[in-house]
Design a protein around this ligand. Structure first.
Ligand code: E4P
Length: 218
């Protein structure tokens, strides 16, 4: 399973990349607005830190403008992945861009049929939003399960399931159990994955007992 971080905050991205566990980054217009920084230079800086796919989302909703924006964004770096919304115009842009060898992330996926269309359009990634479905009383993880089944039925599909809108550590575990290819996780949740009270308690005991030996390794 690949781990992406879902943020436009460069300090968080640098810190997480330093652990060697980061495979990519996803951003969206809301995350860029939250960062308060310039979009294109932020994407360029992220791409220089993380060699894996970095999603940069088009702002337009019509095909022609999406394509013009994608043209600008994909020139920023080789690892820019163009993020398009799951609309007919977005799918048309996906088909054109992926046919051209550009990585495309089709975002705002809320149904299995939408994911089917994204795969037909040649998407590199489809982003089903788990948390936002849970927010309205539906089961986001069920969508991941349905998409996994559909994609496995058609081995000629080449689209990775990128589980998005992750709100809890259990979302990560459940997406992994189902077999999502990628998970994009906010920095705080990514760091929380390592936490277990028995690890902390066990380590405290080992450190204390080691002190008693009076030895040192180096
Ligand atoms: C994915 O690419 C999106 O940026 C993100 O996961 C959306 O998450 P949210 O529903 O917490 O905003």
């Amino acid at each position: 399973m690949k781990f992406f971080v879902d943020t436009a905050e460069l300090s968080d991205i640098k810190e997480l990349a330093s652990f060697g566990l980061l495979d990519g980054v996803t951003t969206n217009p809301s995350l860029i607005a939250k960062s308060g920084r310039d979009f294109k230079s932020t994407i360029a800086e992220i791409c220089a830190v993380v060699p894996g796919p970095v999603s940069a989302e088009v702002a337009a909703t019509d095909y022609e403008t999406m394509m013009r924006e994608a043209e600008v964004l994909r020139k920023i770096a080789k690892n820019v992945t163009i993020k398009v919304p799951l609309t007919l115009d977005g799918l048309k842009a996906c088909k054109a861009l992926s046919g051209d060898g550009t990585m495309v992330n089709v975002t705002l996926c809320f149904s299995a049929n939408q994911a089917l269309l994204a795969a037909k359009a040649g998407a590199t990634f489809v982003s089903p939003f788990i948390g936002r479905l849970d927010d309205i009383g539906l089961d986001g993880m069920e969508l991941i399960r349905e998409i996994r089944t559909i994609y496995d039925n058609y081995p000629d599909f080449n689209t990775d399931i990128l589980a998005a809108s992750i709100r809890t550590v259990n979302h990560v575990k459940d997406a992994a159990l189902i077999g999502a290819d990628v998970v994009t996780v906010p920095p705080a949740i990514l760091k929380a994955l390592v936490k277990h009270p028995l690890t902390d308690a066990g380590l405290a005991t080992f450190v204390a007992d080691w002190k008693k030996t009076g030895q040192s390794i180096v």
